[in-house]
Design a protein around this ligand. Structure first.
Ligand SMILES: NC(=O)c1ccc[n+]([C@@H]2O[C@H](COP(=O)([O-])OP(=O)(O)OC[C@H]3O[C@@H](n4cnc5c(N)ncnc54)[C@H](O)[C@@H]3O)[C@@H](O)[C@H]2O)c1
Length: 107
């Protein structure tokens, strides 16, 4: 979801900050965005959306690189099916808590 969103944004001329706790994955997505918008079109930063200091650090890097922030798209989350929890239809137990932590700390 994040990759497709980033590519659509780049198609429309946006600068994109790809933020993920998996920095290698974020760098790979940023490289895809740069193929569309050029070297200046994207950076990758580390973030853990459950941690406010980490969010603030990502915001600082964003503002120092691009001078501001217009839109945030949060697709960082866990997918029960992917993470292998037994109930594949709805997040349950630890998976559900992880989702809630992410959603509340990223507000
Ligand atoms: N893929 C779909 O078809 C689909 C459909 C409907 C809803 N969703 C929902 O959209 C969300 C994203 O789905 P996806 O398929 O893109 O999942 P994905 O696993 O491909 O991507 C999620 C990304 O979030 C990152 N992430 C997880 N926890 C994080 C954290 N604490 N801080 C920072 N980054 C973190 C992961 O590293 C990963 O790169 C999920 O909540 C999913 O339930 C997905």
């Amino acid at each position: 979801m994040g990759l497709e969103t980033a590519l659509l944004a780049a198609d429309r001329g946006a600068h994109v900050v790809v933020a993920d706790k998996d920095v290698a994955a974020a760098q790979a997505v940023a490289a895809e965005v740069q193929k569309i918008g050029g070297k200046e079109a994207a950076i990758a930063v580390a973030i853990d959306i459950r941690n406010r200091e980490s969010i603030l650090q990502a915001l600082r890097e964003t503002v120092s690189t691009y001078g501001g922030l217009d839109i945030i798209v949060n697709t960082a989350a866990v997918f029960s099916f992917v993470t292998g929890w037994p109930n594949h239809r709805y997040p349950v137990g630890a998976d559900f808590r992880y989702q809630c932590d992410g959603q509340s700390s990223s507000r």
